[in-house]
Design a protein around this ligand. Structure first.
Ligand code: SF4
Length: 332
């Protein structure tokens, strides 16, 4: 259970039910008033070395930007939702776009306003839309602090149309198992080989827990996807990912295997990640490999195309061998 070191909050959260609840829940935790969750002077001045310590704080505010962004993978829209950032510290996390602003967990208490916009858009549409509500954070983790996922499912289940989806690297799913969800929630669990989880995905759930969570969620009739993401081309990647897919085929229930779908995403990295990680995790693995990666503009790197092609072929063959009936939505 996450115990924040300090709470930084906007005064107006006191006008929202969730804001009041959180202030009460963390009555004993030191608190500091801030003007805006987007600009906390004290955090901006911290050094990269203090990255992990900074993540022990909790920021609470009101989300002001509600712009839906079109998306054409699993969902129709990426929707800014109830949190941003995370308490875990995956070394490649794409939310570390700007270390002093995006990395720590920020909670937004105006959830009614955000869900209402989703429901209105969904019901107005002439087709079934899917909304990605977890692209800025991890909602299973956030739910352990706010119960927002329980609240969201309960308030979305009767929406006349549409689905919600989110990815997660956490296994704390028990509170959503008994909920009635009317098949409108698609949960995508992200997995990686145990060795990569241990060395790179600090603070997330172990592989065993994630596999158990998938089976439990499927037993509760949620729609399930598996993200093998991000694929990291470490020296023995073929062996590790082969073992992962073989293990999934052994340990996932028959019910899951019947219709689970896959998404495969190769890791992207950046100059900012390199700088933060070499100071915040000086003894950890270096994920930037100049022999395997190439620039893609604005300080970002991805794997060279030959390696990505080899990876794509490998995953198509392995998944065909162990999951011949299941769809691969995309490999990128
Ligand atoms: S769990 Fe997700 S949001 Fe949290 S640090 Fe890892 S990649 Fe980022």
């Amino acid at each position: 259970m996450f115990k924040p070191k300090a709470i930084y909050y906007e005064k107006d959260i006191e006008n929202y039910e969730l804001g009041k609840e959180l202030l009460k829940k963390y009555e004993q935790t030191p608190k500091f008033l801030i003007e805006s969750h987007n600009n906390i002077e004290e955090m901006r001045n911290k050094s990269n070395k203090e990255f992990l310590d900074m993540k022990r704080n909790l920021i609470i505010g009101i989300r002001k930007t509600h712009k839906f962004v079109e998306n054409h993978k699993v969902s129709d829209y990426l929707v800014p939702y109830t949190s941003s950032g995370c308490t875990a510290s995956c070394m490649y996390c794409y939310l570390v776009c700007n270390y002093n602003k995006c990395a720590y967990l920020r909670l937004f208490v105006n959830r009614e306003q955000m869900l209402e916009k989703i429901i209105k858009t969904s019901e107005k549409s002439d087709r079934e839309l899917t909304f990605e509500i977890g692209s800025n954070s991890d909602l299973i983790l956030e739910n352990t602090i706010t119960d927002n996922l329980v609240w969201t499912i309960e308030n979305f289940k009767n929406c006349r149309k549409g689905n919600l989806t989110f990815p997660t690297k956490f296994d704390m799913v028990d509170s959503i198992l008994p909920l009635q969800h009317n098949g409108k929630i698609i949960i995508r669990i992200s997995v990686n080989p145990e060795e990569i989880i241990n060395k790179v995905e600090y603070g997330t759930s172990r592989l065993r827990g994630r596999i158990e969570a998938i089976n439990k969620l499927k037993d509760a009739d949620y729609k399930i996807g598996i993200l093998i993401a991000p694929v990291i081309f470490v020296d023995n990647w073929k062996k590790l990912y082969h073992e992962l897919i073989e293990r999934l085929s052994c340990e996932l229930s028959e019910k899951v295997k019947k219709d689970v779908f896959f998404e495969i995403i190769f890791m992207t990295y950046s100059y900012v990640h390199t700088k933060i990680n070499e100071e915040a995790f000086p003894t950890s693995i270096n994920l930037y490999d100049k022999n395997l990666m190439t620039g893609r503009g604005r300080g970002k790197y991805w794997y060279k195309s030959q390696l990505r092609d080899e990876g794509e072929l490998f995953f198509r063959q392995e998944l065909y061998k162990y999951f011949p009936q299941n769809k691969i939505l995309y490999i990128v």
